[in-house]
Design a protein around this ligand. Structure first.
Ligand code: V1P
Ligand code: CA
Ligand code: ZN
Length: 380
């Protein structure tokens, strides 16, 4: 394992197209792609652009989307617009789960192709051994299914990138620290032992998407290759980090992934508009730092995150971590949109204590033991 601050200096690539921040889900919708513009300003103002390979990403092709999504769904996405959706056959809304969570907005297909193209480019950099770590903050849309969108996610860039990695990598580990269960990715790889999926999330049977209890473990060849870590409101930094590390270390040493995809949804931070955890930026980043320390080739994607100023702070901080750089707390003086980050103008605002921690010591210890027992099946 490599210690942070050691001589391990991975080749990091940053995959971003500024166009992706210009799409609008709608004024009342919590998903705000402009958070990537804020992220990019922070990343460049801190000078991180100078130490990574930068790629302006291209759109995924229709053929690439079809590696996971169904022909009729991709055809629908390519044709639909706010102007023609009402003229489409009766039943189209229900068939494709169109509604408040997944509205049809202007240029939706281009948006999908851009964020998926970035994750595919990131996976290609790993496959070609041109990057050790490839970052796409605009990806991580883990709920999208083969034939329908779900929970703000239209195409599943993670599944597409994983399928690409599987062409060359025997075993891929998927780690999901978004507040929500990574159901779309889990479902796509539920029957294979070549992808181990693990998601940490809020779970009570009702909270979106409703799945992700600990008894969902995979089936057929994939039995024991899915793990779920269901959590209650208000989990704090230390509890989360301790649980994360004690579960992830044996998964990595037993499963021995040759590549990792980490989904870093920022809605697990405290003070998130849709969130209910108490995590601070440094705690979320500690999970990324821990996974990085194994030195395994890694694609890093974003995900949820509904308080844009905190999403961008987190992703700038984590871009620093992935480059082995600790960013100073005070935001650069001359950065654009600095007024968004007041009154503290700090990269590390205090985000804890909004919710009571409903995860008792006993609950967390029982959960940890359950996870470790699950991992023992991997050891044969
Ligand atoms: O709870 C639901 C559905 C709507 N109900 C009938 C059940 N939807 C959630 C969806 C959350 C999606 C999270 C995506 C991600 O994991 C990855 C990008 O972060 C939802 C919520 C909520 N508080 O959970 N939708 C909305 N809020 C919503 C609010 C305003 C306008 C549109 C959607
Ligand atoms: Ca999750
Ligand atoms: Zn989420």
């Amino acid at each position: 394992m490599f210690e942070f601050g050691s001589t391990y200096s991975p080749r990091v690539s940053y995959h971003y197209n500024p166009k992706v921040s210009n799409y609008h889900y709608g004024v009342k919708h919590p998903m705000k792609p402009f958070r990537f513009m804020l992220t990019d300003h922070l990343v460049s103002s801190y000078g991180l652009h100078n130490i990574m390979d930068l790629y302006e990403t291209r759109e995924a092709t229709k053929e690439e989307l079809l590696q996971f999504h169904s022909e009729d769904y991709v055809e629908f996405l390519s044709k639909v617009s706010p102007d023609n959706i009402s003229k489409m056959p009766r039943g189209t809304f229900d068939k494709y789960n169109i509604g408040d969570d997944c509205p049809i907005f202007q240029n939706i297909y281009e948006y999908c192709k851009l964020y998926a193209g970035a994750s595919l480019d990131a996976s290609r950099k790993l496959i070609n051994d041109q990057s050790d770590i490839a970052i796409n903050w605009s990806g991580g849309l883990h709920h999208a299914k083969k034939s329908n969108p779900s929970g703000f996610c239209y195409v599943n860039d993670i599944v597409l990138a994983t399928l690409n990695l599987l062409r060359y990598h025997p075993r891929v580990l998927y780690i999901d620290i978004d507040l929500h269960h990574g159901d779309g990715v889990q479902e796509a790889f539920y029957t294979t032992d070549r992808v181990f999926t693990v998601s940490f999330h809020k779970y009570n049977g009702e909270f979106f998407p409703g799945t992700g209890n600990y008894d969902e473990i995979g089936c057929a060849e994939g039995k024991h290759f899915a793990m779920n870590v269901p959590l209650n409101d208000g989990i704090d930094d230390d509890s989360y980090i301790n649980l994360f590390k004690s579960v992830m270390e044996p998964i990595i040493t037993s499963f021995k992934p040759t590549a990792i995809i980490q989904q870093c949804g920022a809605d697990s931070l405290g003070h998130d508009r849709l969130g209910c955890f108490n995590l601070n930026i440094k705690a979320h980043g500690e999970c990324v730092k821990f996974i990085r320390s194994f030195g395994i080739p890694m694609v890093v994607v974003g995900g949820g995150g509904y308080t844009p100023r905190n999403v961008s702070r987190l992703y700038a901080y984590e871009t620093g971590i992935l480059n082995n750089v600790l960013l100073q707390s005070e935001l650069p003086e001359d950065m654009p949109f600095r007024n968004q980050f007041g009154p503290d103008y700090s990269l590390y605002p205090v985000l804890d204590d909004l919710y009571e921690n409903m995860n008792s010591k006993k609950y967390l210890e029982d959960l940890r033991i359950r996870c470790l027992e699950h991992i023992r099946y991997l050891q044969g």
